[in-house]
Design a protein around this ligand. Structure first.
Ligand SMILES: C[S@@+](CC[C@H](N)C(=O)[O-])C[C@H]1O[C@@H](n2cnc3c(N)ncnc32)[C@H](O)[C@@H]1O
Length: 260
């Protein structure tokens, strides 16, 4: 009789600070015989794997790193797809499927929460095209925006306030109108767009309501309570900006942020 297929766990490991990994994430990573971790470039290391290693001993496990080419491809949208990206994802999915077919559980650690701009769902969409009825569990994680909000004592939303999350790497064309309608705007993937972002914030009169956190909870954490000071700097990819109207009145002053 064939062995039943293994189970795939998409595991949010939090924003990098090992203390911000949930008990469930640690348990799933400890129990899984295979850890398949995403990385954004073929030569670089996996941040998710580094975060997982801080809490979980990987001795005796099969650990593989999967390269996910990142580009504007959305597997659940009706749009022209980039063949090279799809091939990269298919390779990653085939590697995972090989372990599942051997009856081995696979844990896929991902930074923050799997539902927020994570490769976890690229993997899931690709796998579900290859195989029906896979056994999958999603383990939620603490998101980077939650960690940044906590570090700065800034609430993301109170009462009827609107919170908007913007992946800034995809462009800042609509940012002015987003800022106008939202009470709090969280900007992720800001590192390559910082100068343009600050320009829009200046024009919107909100530059003093913004705070930027680089490597929140990690060695080399940097907090900019004056985001203008970050202009022209080479920021780490793990950089998030929170723009909260009236933000300085609501928390930022009580913790005395330090500027990069
Ligand atoms: C691909 S997204 C992953 C988001 C993640 N799934 C989450 O739930 O937060 C990567 C972005 O998350 C943010 N990020 C992740 N870790 C961070 C950290 N330790 N400090 C600041 N921002 C972080 C940055 O905006 C980064 O560009």
């Amino acid at each position: 009789m064939n062995k039943p297929a293994g189970r795939l766990y998409l595991v949010g490991v939090g924003p990098g600070d090992p203390d911000l990994m949930t008990f469930r994430a640690v348990k799933v990573l400890e129990d899984a015989p295979v850890i398949a971790a995403p990385k954004g470039s073929s030569s670089g290391a996996s941040s998710a794997l580094a975060a997982a290693r801080a809490q979980v001993d990987m001795t005796g496990k099969e650990v593989v790193e999967l390269h996910f080419p990142m580009r504007k491809v959305f597997p659940d949208r009706d749009m022209e797809q980039d063949e090279e990206v799809l091939r990269g994802w298919a390779n990653a999915a085939e590697t995972v499927l090989k372990f599942l077919d051997q009856g081995l559980d696979v844990a896929f650690p991902t930074i923050g929460d799997p539902a927020i701009y994570s490769t976890a769902f690229y993997l899931l969409y690709t796998l579900s095209r290859m195989r029906q009825g896979l056994d999958v569990r999603v383990v939620p994680g603490i998101s980077a925006m939650s960690a940044c909000s906590a570090a700065m004592h800034i609430p993301l939303g109170l009462g009827d306030e609107l919170i908007t999350v913007v992946p800034a790497a995809f462009g800042v064309e609509n940012l002015a109108s987003v800022l106008e309608t939202s009470h709090t705007t969280v900007l992720m993937k800001v590192n390559s767009r910082l100068d343009a972002l600050v320009e829009v914030l200046e024009e919107s009169g909100l530059v003093d309501s913004a705070v930027l956190i680089e490597r929140c909870g990690l060695p080399g954490q940097n907090i900019y309570t004056d985001v203008r000071k970050a202009v022209g700097r080479k920021l780490h990819y793990f950089s998030t900006m929170i723009v909260r109207k009236g933000g300085r009145a609501c928390g930022m002053d009580i913790m005395g942020g330090q500027d990069g």
